[in-house]
Design a protein around this ligand. Sequence first.
Ligand code: GRF
Length: 198
Amino acid sequence: MKNIAVFISGGGTNLQAIIDDSKKSKFYKIGLVISNKENAYGLTRAKKANIPNLYIKSKETNVILKTLKDHKIDYIVLAGYLAIVDPQIIKKYKNKIINIHPSLIPSFCGPGMYGLHVHEAVIKSGVKVSGCTTHFVNEEVDGGAIIIQHCVPVDYGDTAESLQKKILKYEHQTLVKSVNLLVRQKIKVINGRTKILK
Ligand code: GRF
C-alpha cells in the first residue's frame, strides 16, 4: 500500500477526487495533505476525510521534507498547488511528483499560467481545443514528462469560466488515472517521454 501526499492551495476538488478514489483502492492511501494557504478549503476536505493535514509555507523546505519523511510518503501529487516546489524536494522525489495542469502542455503553461489565467489565454488565442495534462514535476515550471492528456473542445460561446468548468471534471478523471498508474509503477520515463506499461 503506497502512501501519497497531496499538495494544495485552494478549493481542492482535485484532492476530493483522489480522496474518493483512495477509499476504494488497495494500491494507495493519502497519508498527508499539505497546503501553502492556511484557509484553503482543501484542508477542510482532508479533515472531513480524517487525513493528516498541515499548513506549511512553501519556502519551509526542511519542514516539508521532515513532514514527508515522518509520514512515510512515497509519492507527491500537486493538485492546484500554486507555489514552486523546492529543488531539494524534487531531487529527493525524482519522478515521484506529479502535477495536473488545466491545458494541453506545452501550450498555455509556465510561469503565471495558473487557474483562470490559463483559460483566459486559451479563449483569447482562438484555439478550438484545450484540455488538461498530468505530468512529472521537475525544476522547470510545467516542464516534466507528460503522463496523460485529455482534450476538451473550445466552443465559440465559451468564456474562461465556462471552459474552466468543462475541463475541471476531466482533470479529476485524468488525475485519478495518473495517480493509479504512478502508485502501481506503470509509468516509465525514457528520454523525457513516458511509456505507460500494461
Ligand atoms: C485546477 O484547475 C488545477 O488544474 C490547477 O488548479 C486548479 C485546482 O483546482 N492546477 P482544485 O483546487 O483542485 O479545485
